[in-house]
Design a protein around this ligand. Structure first.
Ligand SMILES: [Zn+2]
Length: 407
């Protein structure tokens, strides 16, 4: 049963992965034709599992099963449909396809749960298209900032326009937020995206906390001049200044426990072989499960960046474009998921924190959150070679079924 279920989940994940922009791996951004196509595939599977489906104002797809008991509070289960550019097949999508398989298993057995369940395919978590992320989960949890609707993607299309063209109703987002008293909890199943479960020889693990994240955009402005005739000590080279910031971020994060960071984008103007760079634009991202550590690292990096700019005669503009505090999972959900995992595997459940952001970062505003991690072969994620063992998908599904029956 476990192996059959696991193979079925893997097979459907491979079918979902077809809905991607051309190129290596899966590239599926929010409010695109690929989003619509994969949503229609998922909607069919939801109906097959006995769920009633709808699309909400933020482009989330939701499948609902009513409960047989008196308690109307709904258990929300879900993950995101979108990917990073050239990402993998399982990040996000596993947390939609797997719970649908669980609900289908119950449906086919004629079994129903005493409480309502909704499975959500969030429209956007990764933020690959716009510089904001967690759009779908923030809308449901009541934490969506309407100001981000004016943000534009790489083609100049605003978020509001993209959502509108998709058939969503961005202006109605404030009306769709759920009330905490109507919700029991939010649970997400996700690949680990790291090496810990594999190192320990475990199929699944229970998440204790999600990392906090912040992102900045930096612009360094110097002066373009002839690369042959300008002496080295009269240059205001904006790329040399940016290099200093990249190295400082790397040094601070290496020296700080539980803190990671990256400069992921760097744009050089004019970008000509024989002209001294006049301007660089770069992004800076920091993550930590402890907010105080992250804020301290940010202050040290930005102070060093300012000093480095001044020394080279550059102007530095820095703006924080995103900040998300770390959140902890609810102890009762950690215990319940851990007990289900132990019953299923016969091994003590490993508890670990997540270095990646997830929809729980937004859902915590609404309700208690819990997360089940599934082993990532070689710890690989956000990569076309991201993998998943069918056996592990089966074990995770059986664990979720035990959790659902025991709740
Ligand atoms: Zn994810």
């Amino acid at each position: 049963m476990t192996e059959t279920l696991g193979r079925d989940i893997l097979d459907r994940l491979n079918q979902a992965a077809v809905h991607s922009e051309p190129g290596p791996g899966v590239t599926r951004f929010s409010f695109t034709p690929e989003h619509r196509a994969v949503g229609e595939l998922l909607e069919g599977w939801m109906r097959e599992a006995g769920l009633e489906t709808r699309w909400d104002a933020a482009g989330n797809l939701i499948g609902r099963a009513e409960g047989t008991g008196a308690d109307p509070r709904v258990l929300l289960i879900g993950s995101h449909q979108d990917s990073v550019r050239s990402g993998g097949r399982y990040d996000g999508m596993l947390g939609i396809v797997l719970p649908i398989a669980c609900m289908r298993t119950l449906h086919e057995a004629g079994e129903s749960l005493p409480y309502p369940v909704e499975i959500i395919a969030f429209s956007d978590e990764e933020g690959g298209r716009f510089t904001t992320s967690l759009i779908g989960s923030k809308a449901i949890a009541g934490g969506f900032n309407m100001d981000v609707l004016t943000m534009a993607d790489a083609h100049g299309v605003s978020l509001e326009q993209a959502m509108h063209d998709f058939g969503a109703a961005p202006r109605e987002i404030p009306l769709m937020a759920r009330r905490p008293e109507d919700v029991r909890a939010f649970v997400e199943v996700h690949i680990e995206q790291g090496p810990v479960l594999e190192e320990q020889g475990l199929e699944v693990g229970v998440v204790t906390a999600l990392t906090g994240i912040e992102r900045h955009r930096l612009v360094l402005t110097g002066k373009a001049s002839h690369a042959g005739t300008t002496p080295m000590d009269s240059r205001r080279d904006a790329l040399v200044g940016a290099a200093g910031i990249v190295l400082e971020l790397d040094r601070v994060c290496r020296d700080t426990a539980d803190c990671v960071g990256v400069v992921g984008e760097l744009e050089v103007t004019p970008g000509v072989v024989n002209v001294i760079p006049a301007q660089t634009r770069l992004t800076l991202e920091l993550r930590s499960p402890d907010d105080a550590i992250r804020v301290d690292a940010r202050e040290r990096i930005l102070a060093a960046a300012q000093r480095s700019a001044e020394q080279r005669g550059l102007e530095l503009e820095a703006s924080r474009v995103y900040e998300q505090s770390a959140v902890t999972c609810a102890p009762w959900l950690i215990d319940a998921l851990g007990a289900a995992a132990t019953e299923e595997t016969g091994k003590p459940a490993l508890r670990l924190f997540s270095g990646a952001g997830h929809d729980g970062l937004a859902m915590i505003r609404l309700t208690d959150i819990g997360m089940l991690f599934v082993r990532s072969p070689e710890g690989l994620s956000h990569h076309p070679d991201e993998d998943l063992y069918a056996h592990d998908a089966g074990v995770a599904a059986q664990t979720l079924l035990r959790f659902l029956r025991g709740l």
